[in-house]
Design a binder for this molecule. Structure first.
Ligand SMILES: Cc1cc2nc3c(=O)[nH]c(=O)nc-3n(C[C@H](O)[C@H](O)[C@H](O)COP(=O)(O)OP(=O)(O)OC[C@H]3O[C@@H](n4cnc5c(N)ncnc54)[C@H](O)[C@@H]3O)c2cc1C
Length: 132
């Protein structure tokens, strides 16, 4: 039974485990993680949709958007190092009307300029069934 630790982390989901990993890298070696389940990652971290979000829906330049994008890159790097497969499928974002199209164009231009993202524009006709 451990009776003294320097850092006690409650919850062995991705957040708790990542904090522990970062602390280890900083030289902390007396860390404990308290997890109420028998195994780690049994809740949200182990049963989510597995999408690495790019922060496109968050307010432009907000801390949330920046951290999401940074986390996306860090997670991809981590997966490459550990030989964990990541499917870089891209994402199809559909604008439903003129107004949304304008917002989308604006957002995409910004992301391309500031973050070097690649985008392709598709016409809706490409996705509609052909009518002969
Ligand atoms: C359906 C769904 C789909 C999602 N899809 C995505 C996605 O595609 N992409 C994405 O980036 N994010 C997604 N998320 C969000 C993501 O899964 C969570 O943001 C992330 O897993 C949260 O991690 P966490 O460590 O904070 O929480 P958790 O993974 O929930 O970990 C918390 C841990 O704390 C433990 N715990 C709780 N209370 C105590 C206690 N009192 N004592 C000891 N242990 C305790 C729990 O047992 C658990 O293991 C999704 C979430 C859900 C629910």
């Amino acid at each position: 039974m451990i009776d003294r630790v320097d850092v006690l982390i409650i919850g062995g989901g991705i957040i708790g485990l990542t904090i522990a990993r970062e602390l280890l890298k900083e030289g902390y070696d007396n860390i404990a993680i308290l997890e109420k389940e028998k195994e780690i990652g049994k809740h949200a971290s182990g049963r989510n949709s597995g999408v690495l979000h790019a922060g496109i829906y968050y307010t432009k330049d907000s801390l949330k958007a920046k951290l999401c994008l940074k986390g996306n890159h860090l997670m991809k790097d981590y997966c490459r190092q550990k030989n964990i497969p990541v499917f870089e499928t891209g994402k199809v974002i559909v604008a439903k009307n003129e107004e949304e199209t304008k917002v989308l164009f604006h957002q995409i231009r910004h992301l391309r300029q500031h973050h070097g993202h690649e985008y392709k524009y598709h016409s809706a006709h490409q996705y509609l069934p052909h009518q002969d």
